[in-house]
Design a protein around this ligand. Structure first.
Ligand code: AGP
Length: 609
């Protein structure tokens, strides 16, 4: 997601817009830019990197404009660069556009503009297509040109547009991406989100889908898709700016936990063709090259490593290729067997984790094919890979990774199914069954989130605990590791994860009266064995927090408390199983008064070995 800000008024547009962009930095921060109406026409300044880079780069310039638009980018199409950052201009230089979202049919529109109108493009972005299209239709009426252009655009987007020949107005459009209007005295604003405006206004219009907005210094009007003006109640914002960045959640972590239905859904749906087949943009490996692959390493750190454990399970189950999952900091020091028939999959939210990067470089030196699963477009891991499979989780601000983990797992399901179809190791029926299960996940995640209160209550009962064990079998083992990491890194409680069947080989000696054990029992085929493991630890005085699918009620007789998740196939449970563990960790840390978004000793991206 990206951030948009626009201002029309009596004040200095450059200062006000930069201010607003800084409050939207949580929406994206790999590049930023601004377009202003100056005497010489539209002046555009943009910079790669954080908004401060932009601010510093224009500090020495004098701008008198009181009308402009600005943008902070989270790249989805086109790596972060000055050329790809917004605003984008039409060829005439008379139209400037900022954009949040994705134009699904931008390639077709770009080809039409190039072939039929000879338009020359400067960037690889879908946004420049919008600017050129509006420029094509612009005959002196900006609203008219915007309506004509957006009628051809498909996808989810919010845009802000200014025209050199109409220096007193901004036009904006909302289609499935957030857009608001800020109402001031002799000034008006557009923005992606409330935090950008709170320093100046608290009266806003919430813009609805397929509405177009025209703002000037003295007026803010909303029009529907037929260009009929619509009336809108004014919404009075009571939040403070800090709360607004978290959209009312107390912490970014909780906000990001709640963004998972959308993130998981987008990571899946944008890669499905109309016939339900998988279109893996960014994967160039050929069928022949894929057939040569006889070994896969999945290498990562922390939560990304735990996603890799689920990835192993999916790839071996669907694509029947042996997979080894390794911790990046160990991988290259054990002289692993790697050759040109090896695929190395690096997993990294930030794409900057040095342990993972150095392991990738080692595998590359030995001839492996490098595929990476990354959340930050254009990050170092992405740039050094042969193929990149992006998670579309949006910026993850909290140090504790949540939505990146579930979208990474979704990527592994897609990679595994893609490989299985190319290698002929999956029947069409089974493929369709699993694909149906994956499509149902966002709604099921939401159902678990709707049950947040129960999990909060369980956390309130347990938040004073000094240690906790997470146990599971099959696909639940990797999730147990992730649940344990979530708890320890934000609540500082000593938590430990182990395969349930391994308990009796030593660790069970630690189980005593009152020990808390989180038992994950979602695998139908291993359910009875898990019930035995629960009895094993209960017999030694443990308090067992059970987690199972909602139809498996037997666990209620064995566990002290139970959290249920919606029914689903064993293969796809991890994305659901982890949600209650994330929520549990969050509330335990909250009741303990911990600094949840910025835990002690931790960084969001560990760029040292
Ligand atoms: C996860 O909650 C932690 N923040 C940490 O383990 C993290 O997953 C690890 O440092 C890897 O980061 P990356 O995904 O950006 O490579």
């Amino acid at each position: 997601m990206c951030g948009i800000v626009g201002y029309v008024g009596d004040g200095n547009a450059r200062d006000i817009i930069i201010d607003g962009l800084k409050r939207l930095e949580y929406r994206g921060y790999d590049s930023a830019g601004i377009a202003l109406h100056e005497a010489a026409g539209l002046v555009v300044r943009k910079q790669k990197g954080k908004i401060k880079n932009l601010e510093d780069s224009i500090a020495g310039e004098t701008f008198t404009s009181s009308v402009g638009i600005g943008h902070t980018r989270w790249a989805t199409h086109g790596a972060p660069s000055e050329t790809n950052s917004h605003p984008h201009l039409s060829e005439s230089g008379k139209i400037a556009v900022v954009h949040n979202g994705i134009i699904e049919n931008y390639v077709k529109l770009k080809e039409k503009l190039q072939k039929e109108h000879g338009v020359k493009f400067k960037s690889e972005t879908d946004t420049e297509v919008i600017a050129q299209l509006i420029g094509l239709y612009y005959k002196g009426d900006l609203m008219d040109a915007v309506y004509k252009a957006t009628a051809e655009m498909e996808g989810a987007y919010a845009i802000g547009v200014i025209a050199a020949d109409e220096p007193d107005k901004i036009v904006a459009v909302r289609r499935d991406a957030p857009l608001i209007v800020g109402l001031g005295t002799h000034c008006n604003f557009i923005a992606s989100d409330i935090p950008a405006l709170l320093k100046y206004v608290r009266q806003i219009y919430l813009i609805e889908n397929n509405e177009t907005v025209l703002i000037t210094k003295e007026a803010a009007k909303i029009f529907d898709s037929d260009r009929k003006e619509v009336k809108r109640d004014v919404f009075h914002v009571t939040w403070d700016a800090d709360a607004a960045e978290k959209e009312g959640y107390d912490h970014f972590m909780l906000k990001e936990i709640h963004e998972q239905p959308k993130g998981v859904g987008e990571t899946l749906n944008r890669r499905l063709d109309d016939d339900g087949s998988i279109k893996l943009d960014g994967i160039t490996i050929s069928k022949e090259e894929l057939e040569k692959i006889n070994k896969i390493y999945i290498v990562a750190c922390g939560t990304a490593y735990h996603a890799g454990l689920v990835g192993k399970y999916a790839i071996e189950k669907f694509a029947k290729i042996p997979v080894e999952v390794d911790i990046a900091s160990e991988f290259r020091y054990r002289d692993p067997f790697v050759d040109e028939n090896t695929m190395f999959i690096a997993v990294s939210q930030s794409g900057e984790t040095l342990d993972t990067l150095e392991a990738l470089r080692e595998a590359k030196r030995k001839g492996a094919r490098i595929l990476s699963v990354v959340n930050v477009v254009g990050s170092t891991v992405a740039r050094e890979s042969d193929d990149v499979f992006y998670t579309w989780a949006g910026p993850e601000i909290a140090v504790a990774s949540t939505k990146a983990y579930t979208t990474q797992i979704m990527c592994f399901y897609l990679i595994a199914l893609y490989m299985a179809t190319k290698r002929g190791t999956i029947t069409a029926d089974y493929y369709n069954q699993i694909m149906g299960e994956l499509k149902a996940l966002p709604e099921k995640i939401q159902r678990i989130l709707d049950n947040e209160k129960q999990i909060e209550e369980l956390a309130k009962k347990q938040y004073k605990l000094s240690s906790i064990f997470y146990i599971g079998r099959g696909a639940d083992v990797g999730v147990a590791y992730e649940g344990s990491l979530k708890l320890k890194e934000i609540s500082y409680i000593n938590s430990f994860a182990i395969a349930a069947g391994e308990l009796k080989h030593g660790t069970i000696a630690l189980i005593e009266d009152g020990t808390v054990v989180f038992a994950l029992a979602t695998q139908d085929r291993l359910y009875d064995k898990m019930l035995s493991n629960i009895q094993e630890v209960r017999a030694r005085g443990a308090y067992v927090l059970g987690l199972a699918k909602e139809n498996n009620k037997e666990i209620e007789k064995q566990a002290s408390d139970v959290i249920f998740i919606p029914e689903c196939a064993d293969e796809v449970t991890p994305i659901l199983t982890v949600i209650p563990l994330q929520i549990f960790a969050y509330y335990v840390a909250k009741f303990r008064g911990c600094d949840i978004d910025k835990p002690k000793n931790l960084a969001k991206s560990v760029t040292v070995e």
